[in-house]
Design a protein around this ligand. Structure first.
Ligand code: ZN
Length: 195
């Protein structure tokens, strides 16, 4: 468990898990995202042993985390994160998972805590660190039409509005088309079609 521990990786993992849990909460899909972030079970196959009950509980946590990504401002995000940490987090502790990883911080109860507890506490911790680093909401909800995917924003540069370069491009093209349509209102005469 827990191979990539940078705040950035943990915050991105929080956003990607939130997205998959709310959109496509199948055990296979959620396991795929966990594998992509380096999570491996203890056995040789690396199977995570994730169950439908785990995913259902994780989905509840995802709903809470989505509120943080959707927060209107930094104060609201901080209030929501404080509430999550007060409810779910335990005293910070360092672990290597019995030598299977480098030392890193956990705020769940123990190394064998349920997936939902691990997901909620590790996500809240990473998002809280990002918030304190950059003094703003630690992510957002993609502004591209029809996307609404949550994303983490760990850059510290100008705040992002889109989950991905793909959505940013799509929104720019749509905006350009809308402006052109606005500049030439009404149906075009047949003879006015571009060649
Ligand atoms: Zn998007």
């Amino acid at each position: 468990m827990c191979v990539q521990h940078s705040t950035r990786a943990m915050a991105d993992r929080a956003a990607d898990l939130t997205a998959v849990l709310l959109a496509d909460p199948a055990v296979e899909s959620v396991s795929e995202v966990l594998h992509a972030y380096g999570e491996r079970g203890p056995g040789p196959s690396g199977d995570l042993g994730l169950t439908a009950e785990d995913v259902a509980a994780m989905r509840g946590a995802a709903g809470r985390l989505r509120e943080v990504f959707a927060a209107a401002d930094v104060d609201e995000a901080a209030t929501l994160l404080n509430r999550l940490l007060a409810e779910a987090a335990r005293p910070p502790r360092l672990t290597t998972h019995d030598g299977r990883s480098t030392w890193h911080l956990h705020v769940d109860g123990h190394d064998d805590a349920p997936w939902a507890e691990w997901f909620l506490t590790s996500s809240a911790m990473a998002l809280a660190v990002l918030l304190a680093d950059h003094q703003r909401v630690p992510g957002g909800i993609c502004a591209a039409a029809g996307c609404a995917r949550p994303f983490a924003d760990s850059s510290g540069g100008s705040p992002r509005r889109f989950c991905s370069p793909r959505c940013a491009t799509r929104a720019r093209v749509a905006g350009h088309r809308a402006r052109r349509a606005g500049a030439a209102p009404g149906p075009r005469p047949a003879g006015d079609q571009p060649a």
